[in-house]
Design a protein around this ligand. Structure first.
Ligand SMILES: O=C(O)C1=C[C@@H](OP(=O)(O)O)[C@@H](O)[C@H](O)C1
Ligand SMILES: C=C(OP(=O)(O)O)C(=O)O
Length: 784
């Protein structure tokens, strides 16, 4: 008796296909063996996406087949292979690993009898790959040219036909194992199929696949089953389970999976699982010993690294910023307001926070940091040093304890160092890493991977570094060869910097710490000098002679305490907010006023802003002061070029100030703005035009026709709107998003700023603080 079921009567109504059909269908007939969750979901996805003219299935459970035909999913189905397989050009094995060999026997017989063409594509969805290939070798004299082992990394706790979802594979990875015997067109067709159902295809050697999966899937399942077994075998197991908290539940969730399936997988991938388990046992013994020894530093190091790595991997793979932003596409909806008042503390300085991690890690002894900026950029630097084996406790409310490893104590990271969105992290680290004994790779998110890196790579090469910018055009990822492989240390050089960049200067000075002889950097204009100051604070001699800065290689750093002042670049948004609005007065406490950073104060003063400094003192080698700023009648100016590097990050918000000034403001000599997180000249000009401001982009700057009104009798008149309302896109640049938020203080209507999640890179809590002083920013996560 034949177990075949067919669906003539259903054909008509089930021929509807999605408008996004792949045309013509890739396959004439796909035969799915096994209608469990994965097989049925793939069948549904093939059907919905019109990937095959006909779809048939083989399953031992005839009612599922009947239902699938009734549902219009299948054209035919049977529990007997020969009944339906004839003429298939793709066979998908979605059966347990141990059943694969028997299906290969059926396929071979069908090929021998001419029911199947010898180039029919044969694939599978099993979690192990080497044993699938071995099973094929046992059955076929030579591997079929259509054999393409594959593994979709997708699943759910529910199983069976009814749990199927056509979307199961969308945005999930599918690993395809290319075999030397396989027809290239078979691989290409299978790739197209998976892409058509929404998956992302990657290729891998079968052995590598099994080793990776042994660690990432098989080992966790094994541990989950085993932990439940351990607890269940206790005499008081009822109490154990009754009081088992969320940790146990989370850890053992996967122990609810199908035992038969896992039994098969554990045997099928035996050797890779055993070696993953052996490695796990070593780690278990190590952490056991740390607890016995009460080795607090090492235990904190391990736990901190693991916690950060857990977050970090996800972001690294997605090329997204660090902190868990609930939405990666958040917007600000800003209702116009016209007054800001209060006394507020601004978060810590980003530049100094980066350097505190770098020098603290390389120092001997412990460095305690307070006021650390817990923004994504500085956290990227922190993670990189953790990845290189440094124990860093915190951050906890801006406090960090760094257990320095000394000048030669860094260890190679096991993964590329991920710098997120942070140019400072990547460029300064390039200098440090070029001098280390080991190889490194530095990578970043999509924005950072577009920014110029040859500005550091080229001078580092002059020092003897072996460094490649492997991106499209002198861009990251950066691949750095360690000195052990180069065979000699870096050599000091004299380098005349073509641009006044503190990042380039710092990169070379840091490389100079390990170089033979003297490294001298000559800058065309003064740029921020935090590296020089902090090196001195850590006891490393730095010679500054005008714009020539030198270090001798071979010194050491001594850890100490660092108090990070508030970031003047973040304070700038609120300075401009108070200046352009009416009846405003803001005091920003203990802001860093390092003279290489105060260009924004100088420019605002030239524009006749009402700013004053008080409580001037020093914090950790850096001058700080309270800054008070009131509503001002700003006037347009020609910005002196020497101030450009001293206010480089503040220009986006200064453009907002210029729009509110009376008369024209002209910025020149600021080409650097084009290679920040966005092209800040073009992007600001677009946004200003959207809001109705007349401005002209030049090669190296911007001309803005201010719309401010002259003050009458010394009275400030900042009531009139200067900006209209509208939609602004931040181009995922934090400073663009914050600058246009400030513009809302002189807007006539609502401003919506899209893509504001990167504000967290430099100013976590910006919107809350802005609202505290009288602005009205609503954060909208609905696009997540
Ligand atoms: O050294 C630093 O910490 C920084 C230097 C500046 O870059 P350039 O020096 O490349 O202009 C600045 O834009 C950046 O936000 C931070
Ligand atoms: C340019 C900036 O930072 P980085 O270069 O570190 O990404 C910035 O914060 O404005």
């Amino acid at each position: 008796m034949s177990n075949a079921v067919s669906s003539q009567q259903n054909k008509q109504k089930n021929n509807k296909r999605s408008p996004l059909n792949v045309k013509p269908p890739l396959f004439k007939q796909v035969c799915v063996i096994g209608l469990g969750l994965i097989g049925a979901s793939l069948a549904q996805a093939i059907k919905d996406n019109g990937v095959s003219e006909r779809l048939v299935a083989v399953d031992r459970h005839v009612p599922s087949l009947e239902e699938a035909i009734q549902d219009g999913l299948l054209d035919a189905g049977s529990s007997v292979f020969d009944d339906v397989v004839s003429g298939s050009d793709l066979i998908v094995l979605a059966v347990p690993v141990q059943a694969v060999q028997a299906v290969f026997v059926d396929i071979k017989n069908a090929m021998d009898s001419g029911q199947l063409a010898t180039d029919c594509i044969i694939t599978d969805v099993c979690s192990t790959k080497v044993n699938i290939i071995e099973a094929a070798r046992t059955v076929f004299t030579s591997l079929p040219i259509g054999l393409v082992p594959a593994h979709p990394i997708a699943g759910a706790e529910n199983s069976g036909y009814h749990a199927r979802r056509a979307t199961l594979f969308v945005n999930h990875s599918v690993i395809i194992c290319n075999l030397p015997t396989t027809n290239l067109s078979a691989v290409a067709n299978l790739r197209q199929l998976w892409e058509a159902v929404g998956a992302m295809v990657m290729t891998m050697e079968a052995e590598h696949h099994d080793a990776i999966l042994a660690h990432t899937s098989h080992l966790p399942h094994l541990l989950a089953f085993n932990l439940v077994e351990q607890l269940a075998s206790h005499d008081d197991n009822l109490d154990m389970f009754r009081y088992a908290a969320g940790g146990f539940r989370d850890f053992t969730r996967i122990a609810a999976s199908d035992p038969k399936m896992w039994h098969d997988i554990f045997f099928a991938n035996q050797s890779a699982i055993v070696s993953a388990l052996d490695e796990y046992s070593v780690y278990l013994q190590d952490i056991r010993q740390l607890i016995i020894d009460k080795d607090s530093t090492a235990l904190m190091g391990l736990l901190g690294r693991a916690q950060a790595a857990r977050r970090h991997f996800g972001h690294m793979l997605a090329s997204t910023p660090y902190t868990d932003t609930p939405a990666m596409s958040a917007s600000y909806l800003i209702t116009p307001s016209n007054t800001v008042t209060g006394t507020i503390a601004i978060p810590g300085d980003k530049s100094i926070s980066h350097r505190s991690i770098m020098l603290g890690s390389l120092a001997t002894g412990v460095t305690n940091v307070t006021g650390f900026l817990e923004g994504e950029d500085a956290l990227a630097t922190l993670q990189a040093f953790r990845d290189m084996g440094v124990t860093i406790e915190g951050p906890d409310n801006g406090k960090l304890t760094i257990h320095g490893v000394g000048m030669n104590g860094l260890k190679p990271s096991k993964t590329p160092l991920y710098m997120g969105n942070s140019g400072t992290s990547m460029r300064l680290l390039a200098g440090i890493l070029a001098a280390q004994s080991f190889d490194s790779v530095l990578t970043g998110d999509t924005s950072l991977n577009k920014r110029p890196m040859e500005r550091v790579a080229a001078p580092l090469r002059q020092m003897g570094a072996v460094i490649q910018s492997t991106g499209h055009s002198g861009t990251a990822p950066l691949s750095i060869t360690g000195r052990d492989n180069v065979g000699k240390p870096l050599q000091g050089v004299d380098y005349d910097m073509p641009v006044a960049s503190a990042q380039v200067k710092s990169c070379l000075l840091l490389a100079g710490l390990w170089s033979e002889g003297t490294t001298t950097v000559i800058q065309p204009e003064v740029s921020r000098d935090h590296t020089e100051r902090m090196l001195s604070a850590f006891g490393y001699p730095v010679t500054v002679d005008g714009n020539r800065i030198s270090v001798e290689g071979g010194g050491t750093l001594t850890g100490g305490d660092i108090a990070v002042p508030a970031d003047i670049s973040s304070a700038a948004f609120f300075m401009v907010a108070a200046a352009i609005s009416q009846d405003s007065e803001l005091t920003l406490t203990q802001v860093g006023i390092n003279p290489t950073r105060t260009g924004v104060i100088d420019i605002l003063k030239l524009m006749q802003a009402d700013i004053s400094l008080s409580n001037e003192t020093h914090v950790g080698g850096e001058p700080v002061a309270d800054i008070t700023i009131r509503s001002s009648s700003l006037v347009g100016i020609e910005i002196p070029e020497y101030l450009v590097p001293l206010a480089i990050d503040e220009f986006p918000v200064l453009f907002v100030a210029a729009s509110c000034a009376q008369g024209r403001t002209v910025l020149t000599g600021a080409k650097e703005l084009r290679v920040k997180e966005s092209d800040r000249i073009a992007v600001m000009a677009d946004g200003l035009k959207t809001l109705g401001v007349d401005c002209t982009v030049t090669d190296d700057g911007l001309i803005i026709e201010g719309q401010g009104i002259q003050s009458q009798n010394g009275e400030v008149n900042n009531n009139q709107p200067v900006f209209g309302g509208g939609h602004i896109t931040s181009h995922h640049d934090h400073r663009i998003a914050m600058s246009f938020s400030v513009a809302s203080l002189r807007a006539s209507e609502q401003i919506i700023i899209e893509g504001v999640e990167t504000v967290n890179t430099s100013f976590p809590g910006f919107a809350e603080l802005a609202n505290q002083i009288g602005m009205s920013i609503q954060v909208d996560h609905s696009k997540a």
